[in-house]
Design a protein around this ligand. Structure first.
Ligand code: ZN
Length: 442
């Protein structure tokens, strides 16, 4: 078939005009919208967010993106995601790389997926959050109405977890290392707590705990960290061994090492680490428990109550010449009456186990301990009991060299109210009735 030149020219013209028409399709006006205001994913999986335009644009539209963590406590750490945003305009079949701060809404498309990849690690972390902020970079060229609200993004940590009873985290101690083995994600609610989880315990805290608990050669196997200034519980210990050994689990409230109460305003204020000595006091108290309840020298869990001829408590039968058995004979026998104040602190009244731990901590917190007689207060006699017992008094010097140990006067009746009435009037040091009344009045 012969093709006439005129036919060819007109065909070419038609083709040109068709493609010209397409090239000349100009639209720079549309409404943009985002899909939702909250998205979540699990560590290792991506966040995917959908944007849409009411009409296709004839030019690429730049979208700026910002990961905003300024207002969240459980902020995402930089090493938990790949900072390069990706985007797809074919429903996720193919992805193109944007930058750490932008993607492109390609021309002639109406739907865009934006992807941010999170990274799977083997670290225990909180469920982390951030806010994704969008800005349409329309410049003078486009006329874009609508907006994309910031999106709350939550990435769930996928590491297994053991439950934490009181605090925010549990560490297992191994060769002086503190290995995080559990965390209480629901309890993380401020930057101090988040920082402990991410960065570990501060060296000063680790040093003091390791040093003090190492005296006496028993040590601790686990540390539960609490960090809640408003909480009552300051510390605890328990032996988690099931077979009559010593495997000590210690809980410590760390916020009191870094914060205290302003004596005038009564507000919580920051202090230098353990400046007022209260954290040192609590650590000494808990150490006192281990020194009076350990299986190695003090208690025998294998002897049952029927076979125990001495003090029997939950931790077992007090061994012969143990601190608790001596304390029990000296102060808990029915024939013994104690002058007031009978205990070094109100908390010491809880039970004999707390009484000896408080007497131990209180003795270590005092510059000097006057020698007692049977006329002395029970509190002073108990401090003297500790002072005269080699298995306990030998820790005084090393502890006081290792850590500042003080009980702020607001925690104890004794120094402040020992020989004064509530109104500050002096009473005779041996008028125990009046002293008892003054303590009660307080
Ligand atoms: Zn205690």
């Amino acid at each position: 078939m012969r093709l006439k030149l005129t036919t060819l020219v007109s065909l070419l013209a038609l083709m040109l005009s068709t493609s010209c028409k397409k090239d000349e399709y100009v639209n720079l006006k549309a409404t943009i919208a985002g899909e939702s205001s909250l998205i979540g994913t699990v560590e290792g999986s991506p966040f995917i967010y959908n944007l849409s335009l009411s009409k296709e644009l004839s030019e690429d539209l730049p979208i700026k993106l910002v990961i905003d963590t300024t207002e969240t406590v459980k902020y995402i750490n930089k090493d938990d995601y790949n900072p390069i945003f990706e985007y797809s305009s074919d429903s996720g079949k193919t992805w193109r790389k944007g930058t750490a701060s932008s993607v492109t809404f390609p021309k002639n498309t109406k739907d865009l997926k934006i992807r941010l990849n999170t990274l799977d690690d083997k670290k225990l972390e909180v469920h982390e959050e951030f806010k994704l902020n969008f800005t349409v970079d329309a410049g003078d060229k486009f006329s874009i109405s609508g907006s994309i609200d910031p999106v709350e993004c939550i990435v769930e940590d996928n590491e297994n977890n053991i439950s934490v009873t009181y605090g925010i985290a549990i560490y297992a101690l191994d060769n002086n290392n503190f290995n995080l083995i559990a965390l209480n994600r629901e309890k993380i609610s401020d930057n101090d707590q988040k920082s402990i989880i991410d960065n570990g315990l501060k060296q000063e805290v680790k040093d003091d705990i390791l040093e003090v608990t190492s005296f006496g050669d028993i040590g601790i196997k686990y540390l539960e960290v609490m960090f809640d200034f408003s909480a009552d519980l300051q510390g605890f210990v328990r032996n988690v061994s099931k077979s009559g050994e010593d495997q000590w689990y210690m809980g410590l409230e760390l916020s009191r090492a870094y914060y205290t109460v302003d004596p005038v305003t009564k507000m919580k204020i920051r202090q230098k680490y353990n400046e007022n000595g209260f954290f040192g006091y609590v650590l000494t108290h808990e150490f006192g428990h281990i020194m009076t309840l350990n299986q190695a020298r003090e208690m025998d869990i294998l002897t049952g109550p029927d076979d125990c001829s001495r003090l029997y408590i939950r931790e077992g039968c007090a061994r012969e010449a143990s601190a608790l058995d001596g304390f029990n004979t000296a102060f808990y026998d029915e024939s013994v009456t104690l002058n007031e104040p009978s205990h070094v602190t109100a908390y010491a009244r809880t039970n004999i186990v707390e009484d000896i731990a408080e007497s131990f901590a209180y003795y270590n917190s005092q510059e000097d301990t006057p020698i007692s007689s049977t006329d002395s207060s029970g509190a002073l006699r108990k401090m003297n009991f500790v002072a005269n017992l080699i298995s306990l008094n030998k820790f005084r010097t090393p502890i006081r060299e290792a850590i500042n140990v003080k009980l702020p006067s607001s925690y104890s009746d004794i120094r402040a109210h020992f020989n004064r009435t509530k109104d500050g009037k002096r009473i005779s040091c041996i008028d125990h009735g009046k002293i008892a009344q003054a303590v009660k009045d307080r």
